[in-house]
Design a protein around this ligand. Structure first.
Ligand SMILES: Cc1cc2nc3c(=O)[nH]c(=O)nc-3n(C[C@H](O)[C@H](O)[C@H](O)COP(=O)(O)O)c2cc1C
Length: 334
């Protein structure tokens, strides 16, 4: 096929840029954005960018790969809504261990209604650390979110009510272990409480209220100590939907699929009018993760723990400009 400069397969240059912008809207630990894309006339390659790793919280780069998986799902959906079918090869592995996927926009094919719905949710999805409304998520939506995880070859475990105190206790213990580690808190402070002009890291305005001892689910303070005390009477929701995204294996391939599954769950939640945030402490401290795994029956590797409910709108976090994360095609610096 005859491709003009900047075009990739069946995508024009503008469509390629639009798809890459959607890819980079993916969530990542501390908004570290650990991805790189390289475009050729027939493919977009996704690489892990280990210079944006978070070595204390994520020493094995597991969450880094999850974030890249989330970016890959966004890229697939963004291409699908342009009426193009992407052929995706994960871990093609021939030249670099950082090469996670090659995406070839190979033929025209109309998007499905689900593709369109999920792609439309990409710019609306945000991590919401504020208290949610007291309404609980109806059981009919639990199955919908589970299906989203299964569509990407992962599993969404929703702990039973009687298991929740144990998940809470494990999260609290993991949180305490982390905040008593000076290297962890230095890294947390480095990435959070940023002003809104920073193209990565978490802006102070995206943090939740100041954590309080009575909080049932301990959320990290992403404000670098600037968080405001809670408005009197405005507490966290009594029954958030807590779910654990798990994979059947725990290598890079499984983590990449888990990242796509995590993002599909987050987008399905967004499309259903739900908000979400993460409780990653329990999957970052190895002994807590192991206990969570056995609490859930031992068959799954917990990859991400999500808190889902009905939240009020929160602002978007910034992203690095495309020209910093994309090579191989002209990307305007505007
Ligand atoms: C693997 C992973 C783990 C995360 N863990 C946490 C967490 O423990 N607490 C939290 O508040 N946010 C967590 N986040 C959310 C990121 O901070 C968030 O995605 C990033 O700041 C970008 O903001 P956005 O999601 O609103 O686009 C995590 C995200 C990913 C992908």
């Amino acid at each position: 096929m005859n491709t003009p400069t900047g075009a990739v397969g069946y995508l024009t240059a503008d469509q390629t840029r639009a798809a890459l912008l959607k890819a980079t809207a993916a969530p990542s630990l501390y908004n570290s954005q650990p991805w790189r894309f390289h475009c050729t006339p027939d493919a977009i390659a996704l690489y892990a960018d280990r210079s944006h790793a978070v070595p204390v919280a994520d020493p094995e780069h597991r969450e880094l790969v999850l974030a890249c998986g989330a970016a890959l799902l966004n890229l697939r959906l963004a291409i699908r809504v342009l009426g193009v079918q992407p052929d995706v090869r994960v871990l093609p592995g021939h030249c670099s261990a950082d090469l996670l996927a090659i995406v070839r926009p190979v033929r025209r094919r109309p998007p499905t209604p689900t593709d369109a719905e999920l792609a439309a949710a990409i710019p609306r999805r945000r991590t919401n650390r504020k208290p949610f409304l007291p309404n609980s998520v109806p059981p009919s939506l639990h199955g919908h979110l589970r299906q989203a995880a299964e569509a990407e070859r992962a599993w969404l475990a929703i702990p039973e009510r009687e298991q929740l105190p144990k998940v809470q206790a494990l999260t609290q213990q993991a949180h305490e272990a982390q905040i008593s580690d000076a290297k962890f808190t230095a890294e947390l402070q480095h990435w959070t409480g940023r002003d809104s002009s920073s193209p990565d890291g978490v802006p102070a305005r995206s943090s939740g209220p100041r954590p309080e001892p009575q909080d049932e689910w301990v959320l990290r303070d992403y404000s670098s100590g600037q968080a405001k005390a809670r408005v009197v009477g405005k507490d966290f929701e009594p029954e958030p939907l807590i779910c654990v995204l798990g994979s059947f294996q725990d290598g890079v391939l499984a983590q990449l699929h888990a990242g796509m599954a995590m993002q599909r769950v987050l987008l399905a939640a967004t499309a259903a009018g739900l908000s979400s945030s993460f409780l990653s402490q329990v999957v970052e401290i190895p002994c807590a993760r192991k206990e969570l795994r056995s609490l859930l029956g031992g068959g799954l590797w917990p990859q991400a723990v999500l808190r889902i409910g009905y939240g009020s709108p929160v602002p978007a976090t910034p992203r690095r400009p495309l020209h910093e994360v994309v090579s191989g095609m002209p990307v305007p610096r505007a």
